[in-house]
Design a protein around this ligand. Structure first.
Ligand code: SAM
Length: 301
């Protein structure tokens, strides 16, 4: 039985031994509570059949326990100064592979094919907070690469993800997540569970991928509409979409957008932030008929 790293004592010992200071620029807040880690792994329903992608293993506290639960663990870590640490802490974990690179520059489809044999991976991570939204977007842009995503995020981000039309937190991230999965908050985690302590509460979110898309839509057009709506959220949707925005290579006039809105029973003055996923989807089907390529591949948000 190896020593549990996720305790204040063991974590401090490792950091001191290797002369390592948690690096703010990489969002390093190490988990020091093994129960929180066990809850994350339980929520992710990891079995020996699974290939797990862990983003940012840090000193390996969660990786050790993932290695016991999963068939394979692929870690992506940007901070190469952690090499000697992980060489020690994961010494006995034969099913762990570390890729020393930036997750945002990682070809996730290639990782899935190479290490998961093409079967969807499960993502498990205590995410670096400075870059949570870009990482989630990078994951959500993939198709059939992940079967679930279980992550620690700032509580405020979890609230944003779970919010709906009419809330000020509602945005492109909420819609992208809700299109992929029904978000479930597993637990709130206080700052005392980390070294160093973050300034805010955290929350573990579990996103289990929908078996089939929750709405019928033209994906590229729908995500282009969402991007236009929330890039200029103070504007009416008709103005946001018609002012210089190109949907799939086609410019729309205010009148055309207004007519499409009317078709789904919405007033011309409606703002994008008032539309549900279902309404964006319906709009994408109407407006998609008038674009050059209404393909099914999701656009970059
Ligand atoms: N998993 C560890 C734990 O729970 O104690 C560490 C979590 S810490 C919040 C975030 C980790 O992500 C750090 O190890 C950090 O170096 C790594 N990281 C930050 N930005 C990254 C990026 N763009 N790509 C890959 N890893 C990154």
């Amino acid at each position: 039985m190896r020593e549990i790293l996720a305790t204040p004592g063991a974590t401090r010992y490792i950091l001191e031994k290797y002369g390592i200071r948690a690096r703010k620029k990489y969002g390093q807040n190490f988990l020091i509570d093994a129960n929180v880690i066990r809850n994350i792994i339980d929520a992710a329903q990891i079995t020996e059949e699974d290939c797990v992608l862990e983003i940012g293993p840090g000193i390996g506290s969660m990786t050790q326990l993932l290695s016991e639960a999963a068939g394979k663990v692929i870690c992506v870590e940007i901070d190469e100064s952690l090499r000697p640490v992980l060489a020690e802490t994961l010494e006995d974990c034969d099913n762990v592979r570390i890729l020393w690179q930036d997750i945002l520059k990682t070809d996730l489809k290639a990782v899935c094919n190479e290490y998961g044999g093409g079967r969807p991976l499960k993502v498990v991570a205590n995410l670096p907070y400075y870059v949570t939204t870009p990482i989630l977007m990078h994951l959500l842009e993939q198709k059939n690469v992940f079967s679930s995503i279980t992550v620690m995020v700032q509580k405020e981000v979890a609230d944003r993800i779970r919010s709906g039309p009419g809330n000020k937190e509602y945005g492109a991230l909420s819609l992208a997540v809700q299109y992929f999965a029904l978000p479930e908050a597993v637990m709130t985690v206080p700052p005392s569970c980390f070294i160093p302590r973050p300034g805010v509460d955290s929350c573990v979110l579990h996103l289990k991928a929908h078996e089939k898309p929750p709405v019928e839509c033209g994906e590229r057009v729908m995500f282009a509409l969402i991007r236009a709506a929330f890039n200029q959220r103070r504007k009416t949707l008709a103005n946001a979409v018609s002012h210089g925005y190109s949907l799939e290579g086609r410019q729309f006039t205010r009148e055309e957008v207004t007519a499409a809105l009317e078709e789904i029973g919405l007033p011309p003055t409606v703002r994008g932030e008032a539309l549900s996923l279902e309404q964006f989807a319906a709009l994408s089907l109407i407006m998609g008929q008038n674009t050059d390529h209404n393909t099914e591949e999701k656009d970059t948000l």
